[in-house]
Design a protein around this ligand. Structure first.
Ligand code: BJW
Ligand code: ZN
Length: 243
């Protein structure tokens, strides 16, 4: 893949880089995305699984669905895209990944500065008293109840209509404020407030770059669009930067 001399030169002189990732970066690890062909939302409807009301109506069903997802994630490995971002972290004095993913693959790959916007499937908490709950290592997490109040345990994932963790959102906005280059990788940019972050970074002066095999709702606004898979493009970009 050919990269513009402008991108390489800006990156070679940059001190601060921000990265927003979405489900697409984990697609090459075998974790389904949400809205692509064969994605999760073609298997189940978001309104039946991804909101608190659905959980209250049928906690067992929702927990079973997340246990199925946990098993896929647990059996997957970080891919070349995640690993390239680990190496990139060492090239800049400030390098932050803001992820919408709940799969922990950036952390497992070795990235240090990861801001989780939508939670983490490895964590759980009580749906009533909000006390953190132990990991559901048992085969039937749907039967788990809070040790303190007996209410059903829920995954620590931000569902539709729920607030993002305020500290994470604040940290993400700070990354947007300071980034000289901002990447949006593997996200359809349809879910807010995450979808707004690349545009915010651009307003603060960042050079914005999208990495995605498809056009998205923000492609037309980005300074540069790298069309292809993250697991191919990011290692190639890294090679250019190390030259
Ligand atoms: C590759 C690739 C490869 C494939 N390499 N790329 C403003 C305007 C309109 C609506 C709202 C708004 N503000 C808030 C809202 C409401 C709502 C929202 O955004 N709705 C829209 C859908 C219309 N947002 C919320 O409710 C948020 N909360 C909130 O704002 O609270 C305040 C508030 C409350 C109430 C009212 C108003 C304000 C919370 C959002 C939580 C999102 N949660 C989920 C998880 C569900 C649970 C689960 O996991 O089961 O997060 S939804 C789902 O979408 C998940 C993802 O993180 C998120 C984003 O998806 P992502 O990552 O972009 O995946 P895809 O599948 O969409 O795209 C994959 C991309 O990868 C594609 O582009 C591919 O081409 C690409 N790709 N292979 C690179 N190899
Ligand atoms: Zn409780």
């Amino acid at each position: 893949m050919k990269f513009s001399s402008q991108l390489i030169s800006i990156l070679q002189n940059a001190h601060s880089v921000g990265v927003l990732t979405g489900a697409g970066i984990s697609a090459e690890s075998g974790i389904p995305t949400f809205r692509d062909q064969g994605g999760l939302w073609q298997q189940v409807k978001p309104e039946e699984m991804a909101n608190f009301e659905a959980f209250l109506n049928n906690p067992n069903l929702v927990q079973k669905w997340y246990q199925h997802r946990r098993e896929i994630i647990f059996n997957s490995q970080p891919n070349a895209g995640h690993l390239a971002l680990v190496d990139m972290e060492n090239l800049f004095s400030k390098f932050n990944i803001i992820t919408q993913n709940i799969d922990n693959l950036h952390q497992r790959a070795g990235s240090k500065n990861v801001i989780e916007l939508h939670g983490n499937i490895n964590r759980n908490y009580c749906s009533r008293c909000l006390a953190p709950a132990p990991e559901p290592v048992c085969e039937k997490p749907e039967t788990l109840r809070c040790q303190h109040c007996g209410a059903p345990i829920r995954p620590d994932i931000v569902w539709f209509g729920e607030m993002l963790p305020p500290e994470s959102l604040e940290d993400a906005i700070n990354v947007c404020r300071t980034a000289e280059v901002f990447f949006s990788i593997g996200t359809s940019s349809l879910v807010h407030p995450a979808a707004r972050l690349p545009l915010l970074a651009q307003e603060y002066g960042a050079y914005t770059v999208e990495v995605n095999p498809e056009r998205t709702s923000i492609t037309g606004f980005m300074d540069e669009s790298l069309i292809g898979q993250a697991g191919v493009i990011l290692p190639e970009l890294l090679k250019h930067l190390k030259r």
